[in-house]
Structure formats: structure tokens, C-alpha cells
Write a protein that binds this ligand. Structure first.
Ligand code: IPM
Ligand code: MN
Length: 368
């Protein structure tokens, strides 16, 4: 059976503590499955800037490219905020996106049973619950390295091009429609086709692509209107597919509706199955909680769950991690980062040990 090489980039602030828990999870996975997970810890993002003056040193990029997947802990330190965008830790992620040719970003979000009290929404808005995935394009739009920023008039004007091709839209559509098939068979495509030419192309391409999926119900909505609808009735959405910038903003809005951003992961997928995996929120200001052993590790666990699903094609191991995450919540355990009424607080390290032990125990019961 295949072994896997996984690059681990701790990054800054709470990243190293999260990656420490990730190492325990991979060790448990190596012990309880027929795979061996080789772990390669790389210097990049904040530590790359400190040690080598650049967010993604070439040696780290080279090593990352030899791996099936990259797991990134965090980019959050305020220390680098005054640097120009091209020198900030975020550049490491953008360069990795280019080097791995990732095309789409998946962010699953849900309100766990018993955790609706954390949501900023009134209970009456949550009668249909919330369990959805945002599928965001990562190849096109204003963030695409293929269509760089222009700066003119000696810095007095600047522009970023919102650009899409049918090819780019089709790749993202493929991920969204296949995902919907394994879920509730509903796709909502969000655009601004009342104004933007790139959105008209988006809508036309999605509509054509959907013809091969008669079992999936597709709706089109304008992004601005959908931003209101998701708050009024998040339970109405299953798979949301949208462009790079719209998806960047909307996925953060939806994450906040769970009231527990630290519980979720994010996957950035390439056509060859390789991927970049991170906690859902890379840049929440977590300076205050860093180094205190209080950050919640379920977000990094969820990122590993996605990694097992998409880069290792092991839905069974992925399901094992979902099971462990749900069991920790059911047993009312949390860390001080996410105070929950009636839950016991344990430290990050204790939670990591708990997760690894539960993983080993449930694998013995289920023989994955
Ligand atoms: C995300 C992040 C990144 C993005 C940043 C760190 C470049 O916000 O993954 O959503 O905007 O794509
Ligand atoms: Mn973002």
C-alpha cells in the first residue's frame, strides 16, 4: 500500500501548536492504517521571512513539490502587516497555489448538534440547521497570478483584472457537482452576471456543465443577494460554487455563522489530486492566544480529514476523523480558545492526545 509524503508548514502565531497536534494525528494514522505518512517540516511564511528574508525559500518550495500534500498551520502575525503584499507571509500560500496548480478551494461548514448556541444567528434563522460547502475557484479572478496587478501613473492608479475562461469555470464546476452528488444534490452558483462579463461567462459555463448532472438541482443567484439569503436561511444551501474573490469573502461570512471558525478546515485542490490544506481561518488575529496551549485543534484535524479524502483517496480514514471530531464535541470537550457553556476546557496538547487516542481506539473497533 502507498506511503504518503506530507509537507508541514507551521507558519506563525498558533501555527506551530496546531502542527504539533497534526504530527500526533499522522502518527496515529500511520499506526492504524496500512499507509505510512512521511512528514517533512518546512520553513516558510513568517519563519521563512525571519530566517531567509523571503516567505517561501526555494529549498522549502522544492521539498514541498516532492509531497502529495501541504498542511499549513497559520498565517496571522501582525508583525508583517507593514510589508508590501509581495513580501508578506501570504505570498508563500499564493506561490504554493501556483506551484501546485490548485484550482478550487473547498470549505465545509456546519453547526454541530448542540452548538447552535455559538452562532450569532437567532434560533429562528437556524430551523433548517446549517451544513454546506463553499467551493471557490482559485485559478481565475483578481487573485490569479496569470493576470497580474497593474500599477500606473507613478502609483496613483492601480488595477486587478477579474478574468475567467470556460476552462477555469468548468474545473470548479466539476468539483462542485461531484461533491453535491455525495451530499444533498443541490448547487447554488453565485455571480454578478447583471453587471460583469466574466460573470456572464461563469453563468453560461455552469449552466452548460450542469446538463451532465440531471440529478443535481442548480440555482443561480447574484452574489450580493445571496449574501443576505445565507444569513436569513443558511439551511437552504448545500454546495455553493462561486468565483475567487466572491468565494473568499462569502466563505468567511459563512464561517462566522457557525460561531466556531476554529473547528473547520479548508482544502485547495489540484487536478492531479495534490492539495494544500489549512485551517479555515488563516488570518484571524490570534496573536493573543499563541503559545499558550489554548488554541483549538479541530480545525487542523478537519484539514487532515480533507487531505485524506482528496489527496489520499481514503474516504474511510477521512470518515474516521469526522467520527473522532464529533465524539470530542459530543463528550463536551473544548479548549479555552472556544469557551462553550457546559463543556470542560482542556489544553491544546491534551486535546491532541485525546484525538490521537480516540483515533487509535476507533480504528481498532472498525479495522479501516
Ligand atoms: C484564504 C486567505 C487567502 C486568500 C490569503 C491568505 C491570500 O484569505 O485562503 O481565504 O485570500 O485566498
Ligand atoms: Mn480569505
Amino acid at each position: 500500500m502507498a506511503d504518503y509524503s506530507i509537507a508541514l508548514i507551521p507558519g506563525d502565531t498558533v501555527g506551530p501548536e496546531l502542527i504539533r497536534q497534526a504530527v500526533k494525528i499522522f502518527h496515529a494514522l500511520s499506526a492504524c492504517s496500512e499507509h505510512f505518512f512521511h512528514l517533512e517540516i518546512l520553513t516558510a511564511c513568517g519563519p521563512g521571512i525571519e530566517a531567509f528574508g523571503c516567505p517561501l525559500p526555494s529549498a522549502s518550495l522544492k521539498k514541498a513539490l516532492r509531497c502529495q500534500a501541504v498542511l499549513l498551520g497559520n498565517i496571522g502575525s501582525r508583525r508583517y502587516q507593514s510589508l508590501p503584499p509581495s513580501k508578506r507571509p501570504e505570498q508563500a500560500l499564493l506561490q504554493l497555489r501556483g506551484a501546485f496548480r490548485v484550482c478550487a478551494n473547498l470549505r465545509p461548514l456546519k453547526i454541530y448538534p448542540g452548538l447552535a448556541c455559538l452562532s450569532p444567528l437567532k434560533e429562528s434563522y437556524l430551523t433548517n440547521g446549517m451544513d454546506l460547502v463553499v467551493v471557490r475557484d482559485l485559478q481565475g479572478g483578481m487573485f490569479s497570478p496569470a493576470h497580474p496587478t497593474t500599477i500606473k501613473n507613478e502609483g496613483k492608479s492601480a488595477g486587478d483584472l477579474e478574468y475567467y475562461s470556460e476552462y477555469m469555470v468548468r474545473f470548479t464546476a466539476k468539483i462542485a457537482f461531484h461533491l453535491a452528488r455525495h451530499r444533498n444534490k443541490r448547487v447554488a452558483s453565485l455571480d454578478k452576471s447583471n453587471v460583469l462579463a466574466s460573470s456572464l461567462l461563469w453563468r453560461k459555463t455552469i449552466t452548460e456543465y450542469a446538463r451532465s448532472f440531471p440529478d443535481i438541482s442548480l440555482t443561480h443567484q447574484y452574489i450580493d443577494n445571496a449574501s443576505m439569503e445565507v444569513i436569513r436561511n443558511p439551511g437552504a444551501f448545500d454546495v455553493i460554487v462561486t468565483s475567487n474573490v466572491f468565494g473568499d469573502i462569502l466563505s468567511d461570512e459563512l464561517t462566522q455563522l457557525t460561531g466556531a471558525p476554529c473547528l473547520f478546515g479548508s482544502a485547495e485542490l489540484a487536478a492531479d489530486k495534490r492539495g494544500l490544506y489549512t485551517p479555515n481561518q488563516l488570518h484571524h488575529s490570534c496573536e493573543e492566544i499563541a503559545g499558550k496551549n489554548i488554541v483549538h485543534p479541530l480545525g487542523i484535524l478537519d484539514a487532515i480529514r480533507l487531505l485524506l479524502m482528496y489527496s489520499c483517496s481514503r474516504p474511510d480514514l477521512s470518515a474516521l476523523l469526522s467520527h473522532v471530531a464529533a465524539s470530542v464535541i459530543k463528550d463536551r470537550l473544548t479548549t479555552p480558545e472556544l469557551p462553550i457553556p457546559g463543556f470542560a476546557d482542556i489544553s491544546t496538547d491534551e486535546m491532541g492526545d485525546e484525538i490521537a487516542n480516540r483515533l487509535l481506539r476507533s480504528s481498532q473497533n472498525e479495522h479501516p
